[in-house]
Design a protein around this ligand. Sequence first.
Ligand code: ADP
Length: 316
Amino acid sequence: MKIGVLTSGGDAPGMNACLRAVVRSAIHYGHEAYGVYDGYKGLVENNIHKLERNDVGQILNRGGTILGSSRLPSFREKEVRQKAVDNLKNIGIDALVVIGGDGTYRGGMALDKMGINVVAIPGTIDNDIASTEYSIGFFTALDTAIDAIDKLRDTSFSHQRCTVVEVMGRDCGDLSIYSGIACGAEIVITKETGYDKDYVLRQVQVAENLGKRHLILVVAENITNVFELAKDIENNSNFNSRATVLGYIQRGGTPSSFDRILASKMGVRAVELLIAGESGQAVYTDSLEIGNCPIQEALDVKGEVTDLYSYLQKLN
Ligand code: ADP
C-alpha cells in the first residue's frame, strides 16, 4: 500500500511525533509512506512526496509540523476535492491519514465519500473533539499556559494584583478550566460556565473581603475583552489589575511526554486501521476517570505487561 499523511488546521505539538509514527509503522508493515505538505492545499497542488524512515528522524521532540499546515476554505467544494482525489490516484496512494481538528475531520470525511480510505487523528491544542478525551497537543499547551500563569502569579502576589489571563481554546473551555485547576485560579470563565460581568465583580469583592492578597482570573478566548475586564475590576475593587493574553505562545514548543506517547500510539493505530481496509474512522482515547476500590483489592490486583513494548519495534 501507499499511505499518505497530512497535518491540517491549527498546528499542535506532537503532530511531528504522530507523523513519525505513521511513516515508521507503515514501513514496518512493508508499505510506503507519502507526506502531503501544507495540509489539504498540498493535496490539491500535488505537493506530495515519498517519506523514508530517516525523513522523520529527529522530529519526535519538535513542536509544530514539519509537513506544514494550512487552511483551505475552498476544500469544501467538490471540484477542488476532485483535484486532490485525482492527484492521490495518479500517485497510487490508497489511503490517507489526516491529523488535525474538527475541520480537518470534515475534510477527511468528504474525501472518504469520494473513495479515498481515510483515518483521522485528533491533533489540536483546543481539545475540542468530543469523541476523544484528549487530543494531541492539549497537554503541551496546558503546560505552557501553566508555566505562564505561575509566573504571572509571582508578580501578582508581589504587587497585590488581580491578574486576568486569557487562555486559548477556540470555543472549548478545556485549556482554561484545566489550567485554572492546575494553577489554583480563583475564577475561571469559559463558554461552558457563561459570563456575567456583575457576578465576576461580586466574586472579586468576595475574595477581597476574605483578605486575599492577590487573585488570578482565567478567561477563555472569545468571551470578553480582558483588558476592559481588568479595568472594571480595578474600578470596582481595591485590587489594581492587569490583563495578559497568552495567545499563540500556547501553540508552540516541545511536545510533553504525554503528547509524544499519545501521538505515537494514535499514529500506529491509524496505519493498522488502513492496512485492515478500514475507512472513515477517527482514532480516540478514552482515558480513565478517577475511581476507587478497597485498599485490599488495590494490593491484590496484578499489574499487566503494558502493550507499549509492542510499539517500540513499529516506531524504529
Ligand atoms: P481544524 O482542523 O484545526 O479544525 P479548520 O477548521 O481550519 O482547522 O479546518 C482545516 C481545513 O479542513 C480547512 O481549511 C479546510 O481545508 C478543511 N475543511 C474544513 N471543513 C471542511 C468541510 N466541511 N469540508 C471539506 N473540507 C473542510
